[in-house]
Design a protein around this ligand. Structure first.
Ligand SMILES: *Cc1c(COP(=O)(O)O)cnc(C)c1O
Length: 427
């Protein structure tokens, strides 16, 4: 596989962009090798600058549920662009987007559009603090909520502890307001709530974890969090930046029958443009300026091109049977790779919810971040590169999600399984 142009661009990029990339995981640090610089994408395929084509399961890390350059989305964005790209004034598109969100998520009465998932969660936390008059938040080890200061804390594998920042540049005096619990472990949350009685503003969680690889909530976990938050008078923030419109139109809240106080959205809702949203109960969201004292603003928030692409995406997702078909296809893929691994004698734990999945190279169940220690990262790196050489792109890290889109055809799924069948025995 010729990578000359990607290599040349990566060399150039590294001289003028930190690590050569605008988001760290793109640099292939955990698998090694040359990141592919992408020239174009269509349907389930991406093409790099050297002309190599890949069946893509990265999907821009979640947004591309309809595949790349879906004609309906392209047309809507192009049409919007003709009418001007930003006004800094309200538009009908924003009202229609809010309407669509409110229809899909019964727990959302008021919703605000922002420019990224990071901004959505950061803002939701601020509003929760404004509403409760408290400072502390509880998050979970292994859950990613974007790069806002107070959320860059996960406590590593040492179990429960007070917040220690993962990132340089986050003041410890700020991170200490972040308490870290273990995913799928209600007792760990209950203990933190009890130790910090009357001080917890919010419990924030990915209802299906997607950023330590896919880790589904065990039965009762989300309901338990709902109960604990209500009891503690804390705001339950369900971060549905990945799961919203991915596992159902109404996200994890629809699938698991749980209601958030505040919900954060992103990725799919922007149809591939930079968008996030946060919303929830009227009395909480009324704390947001100009109604209330919690300040949050954005020059490009509710951008008309992004709203148009997002609306076209959400409209397309309303097609009856779409999620069932996506589920069936994803199951075929997960089952196929699982069977190939069994035949090859390679231990593989496949976690999947709808069209998001991760195959972990381990014989252990993966239910929280501690469990990741059992995964064979080097084996994943070998798998990743051999698949990439065969024209199939999974995420360049052993604990990330793979995303199936409506544009993946049965033949693409079969080709992927068949490549895995060849490659797994060589690992
Ligand atoms: C991607 C992601 C974010 C951050 O969104 P950005 O648009 O990358 O800022 C937040 N929460 C979750 C659950 C995510 O997956």
């Amino acid at each position: 596989m010729n990578l000359d142009k990607s290599q040349a661009l990566f060399d150039r990029a590294q001289r003028i962009i930190p690590g050569g990339v605008n988001s760290p995981v793109r640099a292939f640090r955990s698998v090694g090798g040359v990141p592919r610089f992408i020239a174009s994408a269509k349907g389930c395929r991406v093409t790099d600058v050297d002309g190599n084509e890949y069946i893509d399961y990265v999907g821009s890390w979640g947004p591309m549920i309809l595949g790349h350059a879906d004609e309906r989305v392209v047309a809507a964005a192009a049409e919007a662009l003709q009418r001007g790209s930003s006004y800094g004034a309200p538009t009908e598109l924003e009202v229609r987007m809010a309407q669509r969100v409110v229809e899909c998520f019964p727990s959302i009465e008021l919703v605000r559009m922002v420019n990224s998932g990071t901004e959505a969660v950061m803002s939701a936390v601020r509003v929760a603090r404004a509403y409760t008059g408290r400072d502390k938040i509880i998050k979970f080890d292994g859950c990613w909520h974007g790069h806002a200061d107070g959320l860059l804390v996960k406590a590593g594998s040492t179990g429960l502890q007070y917040g220690v920042p993962d990132s340089a540049g986050v003041p410890a005096s700020y991170a200490e307001h972040t308490l870290v619990a273990r995913y799928n472990d209600l007792d760990s949350v209950e203990a933190l709530v009890a130790e910090n009685e009357g001080q917890v503003a919010a419990i924030v969680v990915e209802p299906v974890a997607g950023n330590m690889g896919v880790v589904p909530p065990v039965p009762g976990f989300l309901q338990g969090l709902r109960g604990l938050a209500t009891e503690a008078e804390a705001v339950l923030i369900l971060d549905e930046v990945i799961t919203g419109f991915r596992i159902a139109l109404g996200g994890a809240q629809e699938v698991y029958g749980v209601q958030a106080d505040l919900t954060t959205l992103g990725k799919i809702i922007g149809g591939g443009f930079p968008v996030g949203a946060y919303g929830g109960k009227r009395e909480i969201m009324e704390r947001v300026s100009p109604l209330g004292p919690a300040v949050q603003a954005g020059t490009l928030s509710g951008n008309p091109v992004a709203m148009s692409a997002g609306l076209a995406t959400l409209q397309a997702l309303r097609e009856p049977g779409l999620y069932a078909a996506l589920e069936a296809k994803s199951k075929t893929l997960a089952d196929g790779i699982g069977e190939a691994a069994r035949q090859a004698g390679v231990p593989l734990t496949c976690n999947r919810v709808g069209s998001m999945m991760t195959g972990f190279f381990t014989d252990q169940p993966i239910t929280n971040a501690d469990d990741l220690a059992s995964c064979d990262k080097d084996r994943y790196a070998r798998f990743f590169h051999l698949m990439l050489d065969r024209g199939i792109a999974f995420a360049p890290s052993y604990c990330e999600a793979a995303f199936v889109s409506t544009a993946h055809g049965d033949a693409d799924i079969e080709a992927t399984i068949s490549a895995a069948r060849d490659i797994l025995p060589k690992l």
